[in-house]
Design a protein around this ligand. Structure first.
Ligand SMILES: Cc1cc2nc3c(=O)[nH]c(=O)nc-3n(C[C@H](O)[C@H](O)[C@H](O)COP(=O)(O)OP(=O)(O)OC[C@H]3O[C@@H](n4cnc5c(N)ncnc54)[C@H](O)[C@@H]3O)c2cc1C
Length: 469
């Protein structure tokens, strides 16, 4: 219903007297139809014949279009509502308090449940059944997204400072099995070749404590990781596993598990299955990234990297991060450039290694820089420098749509993938998940102000079209 009514407004607009709106709407409709839907290989797309708006030397750049012009009006209105609440300290504090105190009541009683479902839940979450998830995916694809990064919202509660005294070892087995089964279920719901996010801390407090104290994990934990990777590769599905980065104190152990999974499962006959996440606000990350890339090349396994700035600035030890935002920005942009320009000897098909890169950010300047690097590489090597590389831009669902759509609008000519990271689960699980993320990552939440303004500008543009201004 949401989409239907939105599309109808888009269809109505060209009938208005406003001439200026016509080319905008028509351009989007034609180019959306032209967009290929199936390939995920950026290298392939970059070999396509379309001219590049990414390239600085394009003599006839396409007319600029409003970034949110393809999104339905009801979705934009919901964006304004949801972002208004998230950016208002007062409203978000009240809502958070209510949700934390009355979670069960608000997520199960008909009226509050209806309100939550049609606002926050539908805005940020994929649904709770395969049918609902598929419907969300179809909606995003109709807007030009290539797919989603699916994450299971149910998370095991880990005490702030786990110790042998505060956690129960007897739950270890049950926690790991629940985590493994839920991750495998998520893989089942994911489309072939799409992404699934995995959080190591989901394996429960006992496993997390082993990560912190650098003690060996139980064979059950290591076996669960094997089961998850095998499920991702089963029946030619080739789902990609993005292992999330978490608090700094667990990160070395997590890097270790992910690298050993890369060696085992990122074989040369396919694009990488296993991706590590690099938090570029950490001072160690540029050298970690460089060393891991070199290890992959010298040992001949595929390398997958999701690159983020990092979400735990306000809770983790400050000394481990760059002193300023500019430091993190340079580290982030430098990491992306290193990956994009990495000499992978034209991929596994040509004797080199395959590399998967997920540019995960809401920062428009970083996205533009990455697109510029891609355009330069394409121009320099005619696509050869991007062979065996798969490049994806990712933002969180319901946030930074103006950033996602800017890449989608440009990808007509560049062929990169844009996806949304989205949790699935029951209303209660998703509400708890969103509250945890909001608490961890106030910076990302702060950026929703940009999204609200972009949605507002687009609504204004449509109103001007309707009233013929
Ligand atoms: C698809 C996706 C997946 C993600 N997965 C993860 C994950 O697995 N693990 C994880 O930790 N985060 C993850 N994040 C969140 C991410 O790390 C950022 O917190 C969030 O995206 C905001 O950063 P930004 O690059 O979008 O934009 P910006 O708003 O430009 O950057 C904000 C970030 O800059 C850094 N920063 C801000 N101020 C300072 C300062 N004074 N000094 C140093 N650094 C500073 C912080 O990292 C802050 O979060 C993910 C984000 C996305 C979009």
């Amino acid at each position: 219903m949401l989409r239907r009514s939105g599309v109808s407004l888009v269809h109505n607009l060209p009938l208005t007297p406003s001439r200026s709106i016509l080319p905008l709407i028509c351009t989007r409709k034609i180019s959306t139809q032209r967009r290929p839907n199936s390939t995920l290989s950026t290298a392939d797309s970059f070999n396509g014949s379309a001219s590049s708006s990414l390239s600085h030397s394009n003599p006839n750049p396409p007319a600029p279009i409003s970034p949110l012009s393809t999104l339905p009006t009801p979705y934009l209105l919901r964006t304004i509502l949801v972002c208004t609440v998230s950016t208002s300290p007062f409203l978000s504090k009240v809502l958070t308090k209510l949700l934390l105190t009355y979670t069960n009541f608000l997520t199960s009683s008909p009226i509050p449940k209806f309100f939550l479902k049609h606002t926050f839940y539908n805005h940020f979450c994929a649904g709770n059944t395969p049918t609902e998830i598929q419907s969300t995916l179809r909606r995003l694809k109709s807007w030009g997204f290539r797919g989603i990064i699916l994450a299971y919202a149910k998370e095991v509660e880990v005490p702030a400072n786990p110790s042998k005294e505060t956690i129960s070892q007897e739950h270890l087995e049950a926690d790991i099995s629940t985590w493994r089964d839920a991750t495998i279920e998520t893989i089942k719901y994911a489309e072939p070749k799409s992404f699934v996010a995995v959080k190591y801390s989901g394996a429960g407090p006992a496993s997390v404590l082993n990560m912190e104290t650098d003690e060996p994990q139980s064979p059950l934990f290591m076996g669960a990781l094997d089961d998850i990777c095998k499920a991702a590769q089963a029946d030619g599905k080739n789902v990609k596993l993005l292992f999330d980065a978490e608090q700094t104190r667990y990160q070395d152990a997590m890097d270790g598990y992910t690298l050993s999974l890369m060696k085992k499962y990122n074989t040369t006959d396919r694009m990488p299955t296993v991706y590590n996440t690099y938090q570029m606000y950490r001072k160690v990350s540029p050298s970690n990234l460089k060393n891991h890339l070199e290890a992959a090349k010298s040992q001949g396994f595929g390398f997958g990297a999701k690159v983020v700035r990092g979400a735990y600035l306000h809770s983790d030890p400050r000394s481990t991060f760059w002193e300023s935002k500019e430091g993190t920005n340079d580290s982030y942009n430098g990491g992306i450039k290193r990956l994009l320009e990495f000499d992978n000897s034209r991929g596994a098909k040509n004797g080199g290694i395959n590399v998967g890169i997920v540019v995960a950010t809401h920062n428009q300047s970083s996205v533009t820089k990455a697109m510029d690097t891609l355009a330069a590489l394409k121009q320099e090597g005619g696509g050869k420098l991007l062979e065996g590389k798969e490049i994806t831009f990712a933002q969180l669902a319901g946030m930074a749509d103006e950033v996602s759509m800017s890449v989608i609008n440009a990808q007509e000519n560049g062929g990169v993938n844009v996806v949304k990271y989205i949790p699935w689960g029951t209303m209660e699980q998703c509400v708890k998940y969103l509250l945890r993320r909001a608490d961890e990552n106030k910076d990302a939440l702060g950026r929703t102000g940009d999204t609200k303004r972009a949605a507002g500008r687009e609504i204004l543009r449509r109103m001007k079209g309707v009233f013929g201004f």
